[in-house]
Design a protein around this ligand. Structure first.
Ligand code: R5P
Length: 279
């Protein structure tokens, strides 16, 4: 059976009933649940903690009904916390995968999962993950936009983005972050982005797996513009656009676009072709 959460309604007709109790607890009902292979479509962002609990409620309900479930969620929250640097820090990426597999996910299908950095099927935190990349769709979109302006060179803003660009002959810059700052926000400021290749006179697409606060992209745009790049576009699979970063980025480059893994005003590329085999 196919179960679709209301937060997937832009891509498929939802059929899961979801309500909230007066105290904020979630209520879910999966109509027609049966003991057979099932697929669950549910986004884990925005409101990731709440969305995770909803996923656990749905997956466990399917498990109790004897339905082995493939869970399709385009963005996996906590995926940037796959390493610890200090004793006592939580290994959040692994913990979230443990939670999903224990809740009953037979497999997670996701897009550009931050800690995997390549396409394919992997096991992490006990969870089987099929990781699909949106890089080709994003690059094709940039080319279509630039039809009149000639060729485009694709580059990554940091080493982590290399896998997105290298099969298209793209190179990556190097990013250095500082330490966590004082206060309640866990954020490491970007100290520098360095480049060892020429961009002078070229149209550039800077491609990353995500644009969160926009700090990486803004620094990367500054770098290539300083290097004499012609037109500069910014693209990513997942666009959070925190801290007004969509507007800031639009002000410094020739275009910003992302997929609808997290729907936003900049979602120009649909993820449907990447996951439609599960529709
Ligand atoms: C980090 O390694 C990621 O690939 C992104 O470069 C990063 O998370 C983007 O975050 P921000 O937009 O806050 O710089």
């Amino acid at each position: 059976m196919r179960f679709v959460s209301p937060n997937f309604s832009d891509l498929l007709e939802p059929n899961i009933e979801m309500k909230t109790f007066p105290d904020g607890d979630d209520y879910v009902l999966l109509p027609g649940i049966k003991k057979e292979d099932s697929t669950l479509f549910h986004r884990l962002y925005p409101n990731q903690d709440n969305a995770l609990i909803q996923a656990v409620l749905m997956l466990d309900t399917l498990k109790r009904a004897g339905a082995p479930t493939t869970f399709v969620s385009p963005y996996l929250p906590y995926s940037r916390q796959d390493k610890t640097f200090k004793e006592g820090e939580a290994l959040s990426a692994e913990i979230v995968c443990n939670i999903l597999v224990n809740a009953g996910a037979k497999k997670l299908v996701t897009i550009d999962c931050h800690f995997l950095k390549k396409e394919g099927t992997f096991t992490y935190g006990g969870l089987e993950i099929e990781n699909i990349s949106a890089n080709k769709l994003l690059i094709e979109h940039a080319m279509a936009k630039l039809q009149k302006a000639g060729e485009i060179e694709v580059i990554g803003p940091d080493v982590g983005a290399r896998y997105l660009v290298e099969e298209f002959g793209g190179k990556s810059m190097e990013k250095k972050r500082g330490e966590y700052q004082e206060g309640g926000e866990a954020y490491r400021k970007i100290e520098s982005i360095e480049r060892t290749f020429e961009v002078k006179g070229k149209n550039i697409l800077i491609l990353d797996d995500m644009i969160s606060t926009g700090g990486t992209m803004i620094k990367a745009v500054e770098n290539v513009k300083k290097g004499g790049a012609e037109k500069v576009f910014c693209a990513a699979t997942h666009g959070f656009f925190l801290k007004n970063s969509l507007e800031k980025l639009k002000g410094v480059c020739n275009g910003v676009f992302v997929t609808n893994s997290i729907p936003s005003k900049a979602s120009e590329v649909s993820i449907a072709p990447l996951i439609e085999k599960y529709f």
